[in-house]
Write a new protein. Structure first.
Length: 339
């Protein structure tokens, strides 16, 4: 039996200007018994920045009173959002969504000490949705990829670029290559590369033309009928890479954001070993149902302590909560649903 314990609200808004409206969707990494949390903060002007705090025993022991990462460039002028973090070969990689008011692109920053971060800029070139839609049509992808391309072009205008969110690295290399998980709606994909400098506009267009080969997950079950997207960077287990992700269900009363789980092959993470055919957890409590966006649980950070998996998530786009689950129980449950 798989038991999930609700640990309640971990982080709420304060009177600090940068986080007065909401805190949500944290990146988490544990060092020396302390969980370092980098979270999205929203001010009263609806501009997002990234705040920092430290947590021990799920209690805040240190919290900065100013944002750590904030808009500095034109491509991120309307916000830096939804961070994820991994440690790989001596470097902390923090990925975030850069928003300019129309386009959402993936960017990253690096650090050696979790305090000082150097921005490295966007990962993806600005490829217009109208061009991407044509590529998707020829790439053998499900029709919903082209549908999203047309939808965003209609909503945002013909000059809108391909939206890229939910980006993070696998926390180790595969055959000497970085393995980057990302989301082109409505699925979850991955790209492998030797160096970040290899990610040129040509390489991305070639990749998009063949992206059907690099899809990890597409929407499959009823609770995923709108789309799926990456959650927390995967955790390595002897059975495979555990990936906690989010799934959006379209219902007659609106969207519901669920947490979900899948298990990926250790040597080839494009291969799905097992996948829960039901949500790992869903909005249930009032503080998950009511907020800036109703009915949202959005997992973005996981920390493993012995066999206890702590899943940190944004609740109703307004606050940060946590769940605790025994990872052995979760893996055993997943293995009942092998692909």
């Amino acid at each position: 039996m798989m038991l999930i314990e609700d640990l309640g609200v971990i982080l709420s808004t304060t009177d600090n200007e940068f986080e007065k409206r909401a805190v949500l969707n944290p990146a988490c990494i544990a060092e020396g018994g302390i969980t370092h949390m980098f979270y999205r903060a929203i001010d009263q002007n609806n501009i997002s920045t990234i705040g920092r705090c430290q947590i021990k025993n799920n209690k805040v022991i240190l919290r900065d009173n100013r944002p750590l990462i904030f808009p500095e460039h034109n491509f991120e002028r309307c916000g830096v959002e939804d961070p994820r973090i991994v440690y790989l070969e001596g470097i902390y990689y923090l990925f975030y969504t850069a928003y300019d008011g129309r386009d959402a692109s993936a960017a990253y920053a690096v650090s050696s000490d979790l305090r000082n971060f150097e921005k490295r800029g966007p990962i993806f070139p600005a490829i217009l949705y109208k061009d991407a839609g044509k590529i998707f049509k020829k790439a053998g992808l499900p029709e919903k990829y082209e549908w999203y391309a047309k939808r965003y072009e209609k909503e945002k205008g013909q000059e809108v670029s391909l939206w890229e969110k939910d980006v993070f690295l696998l926390p180790e290399k595969i055959e000497g290559n970085f393995f980057l998980i990302h989301r082109v709606m409505p699925g979850i994909q991955a790209i492998s590369f030797r160096n970040f400098s290899d990610l040129t506009e040509k390489s991305w267009k070639d990749y998009l033309a063949n992206m059907a080969k690099f899809v990890i997950l597409n929407p499959k079950y009823k609770f995923e009928n709108r789309r799926v997207g990456g959650g927390s960077p995967p955790i390595k287990t002897k059975h495979g890479w555990l990936l906690i992700f989010h799934a959006i269900e379209e219902t007659s009363s609106g969207k519901i954001y669920h947490a979900a789980a899948t298990l990926l092959d250790l040597k080839n993470p494009l291969h799905v070993i097992a996948r829960l055919p039901f949500p790992l957890f869903s909005p249930k409590e009032r503080d998950e149902k009511e907020g800036l966006v109703r009915n949202v649980v959005f997992p973005t950070g996981c920390v493993l302590e012995k066999n206890n998996l702590f899943i940190y998530y944004g609740a109703a786009d307004s606050r940060i909560k946590a769940k605790k689950i025994n990872i052995i129980e979760l893996i055993n449950e997943l293995l009942k649903y092998k692909i």
